[in-house]
Ligand binder design. Sequence first.
Ligand code: SF4
Length: 324
Amino acid sequence: MTISGEWMEDNGLVGVKSSCLHCPVTCGRDVEVEGKGRVKGPEYETLALMGSNLEIGDLKKVSEWNYHADDMGMDTISLGASLSFAMELHERGMLDVPLDFGDPAGVTEMILDIAHRRGLGDDLADGTRRMSEKHGGHDFAMHVKGLELSAYDPQNLKLKADIPVLQQNLACAINSMVLCIFTTYGMIPNAVHNMDPSSFTYKAISKALENSGPLMRKAMAIKGKPMLWFEKWLTYITGTTFSGGHLQEIGERIFNLERLYNLREGLSAADDTLPPRILNEPTFPGMTSGHPLDQLLPRYYKNRGWDANGVPTAKTLDRLQLHV
Ligand code: SF4
């Protein structure tokens, strides 16, 4: 509560909103940090991973840690998740470290130790996966392929296996345009943004979306006229027509290239998994099982044009003109 956006608005923010160059979203918020003056404030992920995740509801402390992380070039998602993993190891008697859930004592010092790879900070600097390999705790190590999870629960945010393909392709295309992914929220009509998630209409739209994957994939593949502003922007700048279908193909090519790179570097289908805690433990009251990844993954591979081992088929590579 004391680290919510509303709380920050009323108690923690200073000055006006800030933004990256020319961005109309202006998602930046400044705060005051003792001894440092006005600095960039913590964003959602920082508040979640370094606040709620550590059971610490102290906006001043989270702002200070956010400042140090920025100053030292550390990602607050991996940092917060690694700190919480160390706290859980300590709680279970598996690691002698002066860090406890709900207690800000020692966190600032540990952040600086991580940055300088001093003492136990050297272990935390290696991240959650390597810490679990050294100190144990595989069952509660929250990472995927060695990368710590951001503050979203995949158990409650799953769709059928078609929609993520579209979203991933779009994200790849937009990132390659050097655009911020946050701007994609602008594609969703305001009416949907403002809808009550518990309302019948919202639930009906969600259900329809959940079941419209194959249809949407067909619709999104059409290479027609530019409709959304990403497509229009690219078309006006280059003089070449780009539609949603073009963006999907460009994104798909990038995604497959990344997949080929990862496979070459040693990743395999065995790495396409989630932490045991997400696969096996229900997180919300009333939830009876974990994540149905085993049902979704084969269909995801099929939709991607990959074989049962998650390797892009020759046909897919040919279609995308990826002759590597
Ligand atoms: S939405 Fe993205 S580009 Fe815009 S201000 Fe925020 S981070 Fe920067």
